[in-house]
Design a protein around this ligand. Sequence first.
Ligand SMILES: *[C@@H]1O[C@H](CO)[C@@H](O)[C@H](O)[C@H]1NC(C)=O
Ligand SMILES: *[C@@H]1O[C@H](CO)[C@@H](O)[C@H](O)[C@H]1NC(C)=O
Ligand SMILES: *[C@@H]1O[C@H](CO)[C@@H](O)[C@H](O)[C@H]1NC(C)=O
Ligand SMILES: *[C@@H]1O[C@H](CO)[C@@H](O)[C@H](O)[C@H]1NC(C)=O
Ligand SMILES: *[C@@H]1O[C@H](CO)[C@@H](O)[C@H](O)[C@H]1NC(C)=O
Ligand SMILES: [Mg+2]
Length: 262
Amino acid sequence: MINPLPLCVFMLTLSGCTTAQEATDIAFLLDGSGSVTADQFTTMKTFVKNVTSALLEFDTLFAFVQYSTETTIHVNFAQFNRTGFENQVDDIIQTNRGTNTASGIRTVVEDVFNSSAGARPEANRILIVITDGQSSDASLYPTVTSLADGKNITRYAIGVGNAFSIPSALDELNSIASPPESDHVFRVDSFKALDLIATELEMSIIPTADVVVGMRLRVSSTKSLNETEIEEQVLKPFADKLRDQGITVAGIELRRVYTVEP
Ligand SMILES: *[C@@H]1O[C@H](CO)[C@@H](O)[C@H](O)[C@H]1NC(C)=O
Ligand SMILES: *[C@@H]1O[C@H](CO)[C@@H](O)[C@H](O)[C@H]1NC(C)=O
Ligand SMILES: *[C@@H]1O[C@H](CO)[C@@H](O)[C@H](O)[C@H]1NC(C)=O
Ligand SMILES: *[C@@H]1O[C@H](CO)[C@@H](O)[C@H](O)[C@H]1NC(C)=O
Ligand SMILES: *[C@@H]1O[C@H](CO)[C@@H](O)[C@H](O)[C@H]1NC(C)=O
Ligand SMILES: [Mg+2]
């Protein structure tokens, strides 16, 4: 029994039940060099479409970039078309020239993860590089991966062709990917990369905090009330009054009772 009850503190929970999700910007960088066969390039594009379509339900934006000797930004985050992305990927024609993978990564880090290209400053950033792993500018990997780290870009390396049978190619995938390699290096025909990214995105869905209002209520009553009675006789009628005013009150609960002498 709480007796006397000069002052009580309770919490109101208003509205609620919505969820929010962290935004994520995902850039794909495709190896369009001549060492990649036309079939392999088609498989790369299928992979890009599969991953994009599986992650559309999240708060995601995508960019599609191809590199060979030069790098071409086909679709940046601002140009990404949620309903027409399959056409956007299908429209990418393989360049078939040299293999400047590190330079391609630099272009994505500087020009695609850039607010002028529609990148969202508060978004998580993911770069997915799809390659056979035999570049001509491998000496630049430390420089470009540290640029990417400076922008908190998580890097996945997806191997096609002989990427896993030629040791130097596998080394390149490992140099491109964020550590640990076991979580960030995959074959293009594996669904593990997609599963891992989807799991990460699912974990970033957070319920919006209810608006919690704390109030102090001075009760001038000589009656002694237990906690159930306070809820029934004081708080619920108060919540009903708020509802009458058009305020959505999801719940009301007594958090703490101070028995301060008046
Ligand atoms: C793309 O998705 C289809 C349908 O789930 C699947 O059969 C195919 O193996 C996937 N291809 C790639 C490269 O991810
Ligand atoms: C997005 O793609 C859809 C389907 O292809 C197309 O109808 C629409 O015009 C495109 N939107 C833009 C802004 O290009
Ligand atoms: C962002 O892109 C603009 C041009 O589109 C470029 O001038 C600027 O240097 C880029 N920002 C960074 C940080 O690279
Ligand atoms: C990268 O992440 C760190 C730690 O969360 C943060 O302090 C920093 O501001 C981030 N940098 C950028 C460019 O978002
Ligand atoms: C509070 O008091 C009422 C009687 O007014 C009683 O029925 C109820 O069991 C009490 N509840 C608690 C938690 O003590
Ligand atoms: Mg090549």
